[in-house]
Write a protein that binds this ligand. Structure first.
Ligand SMILES: Nc1ncnc2c1ncn2[C@@H]1O[C@H](COP(=O)(O)OP(=O)(O)OP(=O)(O)O)[C@@H](O)[C@H]1O
Ligand SMILES: [Mg+2]
Length: 225
């Protein structure tokens, strides 16, 4: 069976994903601090905007203006699309996550959004401590996104030096795919950024540790030498 795919916007990645993300799937982009999660997600949306797809960025932490300012170094001018009504960036209070699902339904319907980002789901822990409640909320949120025909990247933080894939240890189980951003140390010395496709349902995906780079044009998967 073949599935419709949506381009990630990250040069070199789609061929490792079996042609891109499956449409209407939800992928977790996880990693320690500073590994490039927000840049990765912004690049996914920017690619969509350039293709004429409407996009939404929900931030639970950083100020929307600051996010837009940070990514201007890559020449991604989200303001232009926001003014045209093709893009929305929304700050949502992490202390009020119980209405996250209804916010998402409204926003996707209003904009007829094709791509969505939630950055970062780890903030949900500020208002809900019970892990089973967090899992339930995330599960419902993911289902809402898929039912409304949107493809989403959601981020999670891996605490520094921790072994798991996420903050609460449940996020990775309820999504369709997991991409881990990290640092790669070479035996001969030196350090690269890296990407691992840890899970991708219904896909025979690449299984290596892939060196990546953050360039003036955003994230790229480095070609194998
Ligand atoms: N123009 C650039 N060129 C190269 N690297 C950059 C550039 N801009 C940012 N970076 C790198 O990207 C990192 C920040 O990326 P990003 O904000 O996406 O990380 P994150 O995983 O979302 O971090 P956080 O834990 O703060 O959410 C910086 O620490 C820096 O190493
Ligand atoms: Mg970030």
């Amino acid at each position: 069976m073949t599935f419709s795919r949506i381009e990630s916007g990250i040069p070199g990645l789609d061929k490792l994903l079996g042609g891109g993300f499956i449409e209407d799937s939800v992928i977790l982009v996880t990693g320690e601090t500073g590994t490039g999660k927000t840049i990765f997600c912004s690049q996914f949306l920017w690619h969509g905007l350039k293709k004429g797809e409407t996009c939404i960025f929900i931030t639970l932490e950083e100020d929307p203006e600051e996010i837009k300012e940070d990514i201007k170094v890559f020449n991604w001018n989200f303001d232009k699309y926001e003014k045209k009504g093709l893009f929305r960036i929304i700050y949502h209070d992490p202390a009020q996550v119980n209405n996250l699902g209804s916010l998402i339904i409204d926003e996707i319907k209003n904009l007829k959004a094709k791509r969505l980002v939630i950055d970062s789901t780890s903030l949900i822990g500020l208002s809900i401590q019970d892990i089973s409640q967090i899992r339930k909320l995330l599960f419902n949120t993911i289902n809402v996104i898929k039912k409304n025909k949107c493809t989403a990247l959601i981020t999670a933080e891996i605490p520094e030096g921790a072994k798991g894939l996420s903050k609460f240890g449940v996020e990775e189980f309820i999504v369709d795919g997991v991409l881990v951003l990290n640092y790669l140390e070479y035996a001969a010395g030196g350090l690269d950024r890296s990407l691992i496709i840890r899970k991708l349902r219904r896909t025979d995906h690449g299984k290596d540790i892939y060196p990546i780079d953050i360039t003036s044009k955003g994230i790229v998967v480095k070609p194998v030498e």
